[in-house]
Design a protein around this ligand. Structure first.
Ligand SMILES: [Zn+2]
Length: 343
């Protein structure tokens, strides 16, 4: 670890400590008028095997607690033409949910309706109606099966020989290093351990159906794009980015509300300003969303959201930390995300 990393870690640790001690209203006042954009993937009281080894999800109780906190300190806002510009918009929040999982309809929607809240649901069109499974979910399922059932000597032998690995640790590292471009490598692994992704899709139905999506849209929720098959945009070429974005937005045309919106799968890190403009123009988008926490962008159509899925951390601590960090970055003049022109 070099000195800069040590300083950054110390500052982050200090912010985490302060975020537990300082009254929230004080931190909020320091960043008056800043719109808060929290986002989640799923909410569920049961374990979801396809997510279990990727990130923690909150229970219904924890989610409702988050919402109550947000409603106590902020006003829910709908997407408007002037979302990031209107100086009259004070202390507002806008919720969103990525990946189009079935809990969005079965669990989240009833809670939002009960609390009279609206939100954006960002969908991967390649997975809608359980047509296919996100490669990261496949990774979680494979690892879960290996941990639960173990590998018999024949399976262990086949995996270690075929993939040139020596032990469980190496199998785990190899599995979790598989990415969008080489996701075909997951199939032989699944086959050795007798895991059938089609069966999982058919039996567990992890994604929303188009009928559910239609109903959500009719209830006034905004349906946005999240790419067709969820690649990390920084790791694919410009043409593939455009294909993924346009295909997704075209397939969502039937669910369009007043606004056409898109959230980057994983992250928008490393995406240049010209690419953002090209995506906005060609895919006819009103807003693009990232997941970098509370940060500003040069392009006002581009907004950054706050990841809320930290199982033991409630909304208060997450927001307090984000607001403190944002204030600190603002003082240093580093609150605006730096982007090159293209990549
Ligand atoms: Zn996603």
């Amino acid at each position: 670890m070099n000195l800069n990393q040590l300083i950054s870690l110390t500052i982050l640790w200090l912010f985490r400590l302060l975020s537990k001690l300082i009254p929230f209203d004080f931190v909020k006042k320091m960043n008056k008028g800043k719109i808060i954009l929290p986002f989640y993937h799923s909410i569920c009281d049961q374990e979801l095997k396809h997510i279990k080894h990727l990130y923690p999800i909150k229970s219904v109780r924890e989610f409702e607690k988050d919402l109550d906190f947000l409603l106590k300190h902020y006003h829910p806002v709908l997407l408007t033409e002037k979302l990031s510009l209107d100086s009259n918009l004070k202390d507002q929040f806008l919720l969103s949910f990525d990946d189009g999982l079935k809990e969005c309809y079965e669990i989240i929607l009833p809670i939002l309706l009960k609390k009279n809240l609206k939100a954006i649901f960002f969908i991967n069109t390649g997975f809608l109606d359980n047509k296919a499974l996100f490669y990261r979910f496949k990774i979680s399922l494979i690892w879960e099966k290996i941990l639960t059932d173990g590998l018999n000597p024949q399976q262990f032998g086949e995996i270690t020989k075929q993939f040139n690995l020596e032990n469980y640790r190496e199998i785990e590292n190899y599995l979790f290093s598989i990415n969008w471009s080489n996701q075909h490598l997951l199939e032989p692994l699944a086959s050795i351990i007798n895991l059938d992704f089609e069966d999982y899709l058919k039996n567990s139905k992890p994604y929303l159906s188009s009928t559910q999506l239609e109903e959500m849209q009719e209830l006034g929720f905004i349906i946005g794009g999240h790419s067709h098959t969820h690649p990390l945009y920084a790791k694919i070429d410009e043409q593939t980015r455009m294909n993924e974005t346009e295909k997704c937005m075209e397939e969502l045309e039937g669910y369009r509300n007043e606004f056409s919106v898109f959230s980057f799968p994983f992250s928008d890190h490393g995406i240049g300003t010209d690419q953002l403009l090209q995506m906005k123009e060609q895919a006819k988008l009103n807003y693009l969303f990232g997941s970098a926490g509370i940060r500003d962008e040069i392009n006002l159509f581009h907004l950054q959201r706050i990841p809320m899925e930290k199982r033991t951390v409630e909304a208060r601590s997450i927001l307090c930390f984000q607001l403190l960090k944002y204030k600190f970055l603002s003082i240093l003049g580093k609150n605006i995300v730096r982007r090159s022109q293209w990549n």
